[in-house]
Design a binder for this molecule. Structure first.
Ligand code: NAP
Length: 243
């Protein structure tokens, strides 16, 4: 079988970078995209893949990224994240805009751009990394939970709209994962970010990447629709057991 191409968005760090490694190990040619070109370039070199700058919030950037990809078998919609933890009464519109642009419209743009190539491949697969925040709510989380709910709805709609076509759709739904996620959410406040992971063993980016690579390596008639994964000590977005 000829080499299959996997495109990973947000591959410069965290879950995206770990996924690029896991998919390269599984035999995919990996194409990495993120805003930090130096990071994706260095990783692509290590994995004998390729890298391009990608800002999923910018339609022009998505169009030129997609135009340079001749064929695509797997798209991992991973670029995203959270900003802030304000209650609705204090909601910061800039934070909301960032989260909706990146998680929701970003996923929409890149998926729209690559879907024809995924279907033309005869065996396409879209894996979207949403979150447990896409399936529940918690105090202070409305900007992020609403964006992740919307991203999940978008992903699930694709599963229905393309039923019967050669494209699989898998939603990976992680709980707490230790990455730069909280540091970015709290705009560089390390002590606030560290508190998120205090007294609990969170998932690692590699844990999530393993599951993505597993879903991607099933036979093409097997569709893993939704995979929810959390640390053992986490029940949901509001409740975890901490030592
Ligand atoms: P991370 O370490 O902050 O990584 C986020 C990635 O997204 C980076 O590679 C970043 O790259 C990229 N990104 C952000 N804005 C982008 C844009 N406009 N265009 C292209 N790429 C962009 O966080 P992570 O934990 O790995 O998050 C990955 C995904 O998992 C996100 O969708 C997040 O919501 C989801 N998730 C995370 C957790 C968690 O606890 N960590 C739990 C559930 C779900 P650049 O900055 O270089 O562009």
């Amino acid at each position: 079988m000829s080499t299959r191409t996997a495109v990973i968005t947000g591959a410069s760090a965290g879950i995206g970078a770990a996924t690029a490694r896991a998919l390269a190990k599984a035999g995919f040619h990996v194409v990495l995209g993120a805003r930090r070109l130096d990071k994706v370039r260095a990783l692509a070199e290590e994995l004998s893949g390729s890298a391009q700058q990608l800002d999923v919030t910018d339609a022009g950037s998505v169009a030129s990224f997609a135009a340079q990809i001749p064929e695509c078998h797997l798209l991992v919609n991973n670029a995203g994240g959270a900003r802030g933890l304000e209650r609705v009464e204090n909601a910061d519109e800039e934070h909301w805009r960032w989260m909706w642009e990146t998680n929701v419209l970003g996923t929409l743009r890149i998926t729209k751009a690559l879907l024809p190539k995924l279907i033309d491949s005869g065996d396409g697969h879209v894996i979207t990394v949403t979150s447990i925040a896409g399936h529940e709510v918690y105090d202070g989380g409305s900007g992020y939970t609403s964006a992740k709910h919307a991203q999940s709805a978008l992903h699930q709609t694709l599963r229905s709209e393309h039923l019967g076509q050669p494209v699989r759709l898998t939603e990976v739904v992680p709980g707490m994962v230790r990455t730069d996620f909280s540091l970015n959410r709290f705009e560089g406040d390390t002590s606030r970010a560290d508190k998120v992971y205090q007294g609990i063993e969170p998932l690692t980016a590699d844990d999530v990447a393993d599951v993505i690579a597993f879903a991607a390596s099933r036979p093409s008639h097997v569709n893993l629709d939704q995979i929810v994964m959390k640390p053992r000590a986490q029940l949901n977005g509001s409740r975890a057991h901490r030592e």
